[in-house]
Write a protein that binds this ligand. Sequence first.
Ligand SMILES: CSC[C@H]1O[C@@H](n2cnc3c(O)ncnc32)[C@H](O)[C@@H]1O
Ligand SMILES: [Zn+2]
Length: 429
Amino acid sequence: MTLLVTGGRVLRPDLTVERADVRVDDDGRIDAVGALERRETDQTLDASGGIVLPGLVNAHGHAAMTLLRGYADDKPLDAWLQEDVWPIEGVLTPEDVGAGARLAAVEMIRSGTTAFADMYFHVGTVAEAVADAGLRARLGHGVVTVGKDDEAARADFAESLAVAEEYDGAADGRVTTAVMPHAPHTVDTDLLAEFVPKAHEAGVPLHFHFNETAEYVEAIDEEAGVRPGAYADDLGMLADDTWVAHGVHLDDAEIDLLAERDVAVVHCPASNMKLASGMAPVQRLRDAGVTVALGTDGAASNNDLDLFDEARDAAMLGKLAVDDASAVPAEAAVEMATRGGAEALGLPVGRIEAGAPADLAVVDFDAPHLTPEHDPVSHLAYAARGSDVRHTVCDGRVLMRDREVLTLDADAVKREAAERARDAVDRAS
Ligand SMILES: CSC[C@H]1O[C@@H](n2cnc3c(O)ncnc32)[C@H](O)[C@@H]1O
Ligand SMILES: [Zn+2]
């Protein structure tokens, strides 16, 4: 179906904003951008008073953790995971995970996110949710081997590779995959040494939590006597298609190593603040040439999936981290939420230009908190909210028109997720 997004302004790849229409071909790709002559299209979207952005990219998260939003707050990462999150995750069924992923999909579509990365389990039901929602995603089975016997640990890692091979290309090619060891210290070294080369041989990228807390760094130091950067590099985990989450506690050598290996880092400022994990060196990473993307992490440590919040938090926290108000400026925050995420996930999106897949979000600028408009990029980073998104398009398909989600029944999705979350809490207690 052809589509014309008309009457608005467009955020161009160089982050300038200009009056333009966007025409989408029936293959879901952008056909032309500019002041376009009226030509018959199957559908139109009215963008007047708004700015058309590349759909936002949420480069690290755990979608089904929407079920655990508000379930356990105000604890540091390890206590939160071990005392609250892992026990209840142990009772989640594939259907629960699917329901949580659908709720995440509704939330992301409503706030202009069109692509996301997901590390969880029961990945088949997450892939189904992505297919039904019309989103784009890079999915993987998260491997944790601590506390498992050899056989179960090996089976968990083997499942991550099998899942990556099974679901790659699902949802008409909108689903791609990765092998996802949870973190260097939560996965057995021998299994990493065995399976990382297998992932490379299969052409499947790697994604893992990296240097999220000081304790995560210490755990590797205690186990291997080196920093996690050197440890992961020795195991071949730092390849040019690897992207890592957090990168909060990095020393200079690790920043240089990530740059050298072309590994992207997903900054998750809200999760890092809530769990008091620390402040990532975002400006230093960018100065070193590392691609930095943004992620919400799971809704249980955020507690929403609004990437506009993440952009604002990234800009604010990036300044506080180095006591410099010029660090992580508005343009950097907007770039991380769009092109940075696309590059991290290896997706051909994140820019509005002819030939690119039509993944778009139209932000309505006609709101009191976006008035006056001195600088639209400033508003996108510091003032806009997910609820300002009026239309969302992925792969040329309209997922939300005038704030109505078209691909999923938002009320039914909310109802089912709330019921399943209540039942899971009962089963876990
Ligand atoms: C085995 S699937 C992924 C696993 O990761 C857990 N998780 C959620 N948030 C975080 C975080 O910030 N750091 C580390 N691990 C996290 C999630 O609950 C799943 O168990
Ligand atoms: Zn995470």
